[in-house]
Design a protein around this ligand. Structure first.
Ligand SMILES: [Zn+2]
Length: 308
């Protein structure tokens, strides 16, 4: 837990900067999983050889859970929805789901589980979450979220669970395939609860961000950084907060959060029992990404020199 505290301390150092960025980025920051490069890719920041998968001496399986969102400038950045007089916040729900996933996994002494933060109130920059996962040699890095259709109304056509995972067929292809398989294993567990399975959502960078080998990067920050750091990582969306069935059947009670968290844990165990520790050797030693001029000027407004 010492390393986690270090990360949180580091996050506190950049909190003000992060808040400033969030304020200037756009009002649609609520969906960090969809905002893509909310922070600049880690160009050369992590070069220490001790960071990366398969390098831990521990035989235990290391899982890093990332409860999505948190407070920025006093307001929750995740989605929210009011229903029958009760307001539901993604930030609070993901913290509960993560806690139940951790609790379930830790019943098995073969697992070491870290969270990227210890409170729904906290916000950790996206890049630092992946850097932290890499620093503890994560065998699986799962960012837990709740979906929504932007706006205040009820959605009828969008419902169910999905995963934003790395796209295969390019940089660190084998790793991307492993992440996809792990994500699908978790989605199967969630759909067994009765949630519709929307499958994998794979999306290319919209602003010309490339991986170190010149191939196009992933749009979503968590899978992109996971690929860069050479760890298995992706986002899991646990249903739509503004779809009444998803909300009332799966996202509104403590029992619901426990069921979702435990489904994630079961999927994680099922995958890691089969796949074992992440022994992937990244294409390059250090995470790198190229930035186009348009990215520097436009979409990527994040700091390029934030120290982890
Ligand atoms: Zn989210």
């Amino acid at each position: 837990m010492i390393k986690l505290k270090n990360v949180l301390t580091a996050s506190a150092r950049v909190f003000l900067l992060a808040a400033l960025i969030s304020a200037t980025a756009s009002a649609s920051v609520r969906a960090e999983e969809e905002s893509g490069p909310a922070f600049a890719p880690p160009v050369t920041k992590v070069t220490a050889p001790q960071i990366g998968p398969g390098l831990s001496n521990s035989s235990k399986l290391v899982v890093v859970l990332d409860p999505g969102h948190g407070k920025t400038q006093g307001h929750y950045s995740g989605c929210s929805f009011e229903y029958n007089g009760v307001k539901y916040y993604e930030d609070e729900i993901t913290m509960k789901i993560a806690a139940y996933t951790k609790q379930y996994l830790e019943q098995n002494t073969d697992y070491v589980v870290y969270l990227t933060k210890d409170s729904a109130e906290k916000t950790v920059p996206l890049e630092q979450r992946a850097a932290f996962a890499a620093s503890v040699h994560a065998d699986l890095f799962v960012s837990q979220h709740v979906d929504s259709i932007p706006g205040n109304g009820i959605t009828r056509n969008a419902y169910g669970v999905s995963s934003m995972a790395p796209k295969a067929g390019r940089y660190n292809n084998e790793l991307a395939l492993q992440s996809q398989e792990a994500a699908k294993t978790i989605l199967d567990q969630l759909s067994a609860l009765g949630l519709h399975n929307r499958g994998l959502i794979l999306r290319d960078s919209q602003n010309g961000t490339h991986f170190a080998d010149g191939s196009l990067a992933d749009y979503y920050a968590i899978p992109r950084y996971s690929q860069m750091y050479g760890i298995r990582g992706f986002i899991i969306e646990h249903g739509f907060i503004n779809h009444t069935s998803d909300l009332t059947l799966f996202l509104s009670t403590e029992d619901h959060y426990k069921a979702l968290g435990e489904a994630d844990a079961k999927g994680i165990i099922q995958y890691l029992q089969k796949a074992g520790k992440c022994k992937f050797t990244p294409t390059t030693d250090a995470p790198q990404a190229s930035q186009t001029d348009s990215q520097k000027a436009g979409e990527s407004t994040g700091p390029s020199a934030v120290s982890p």
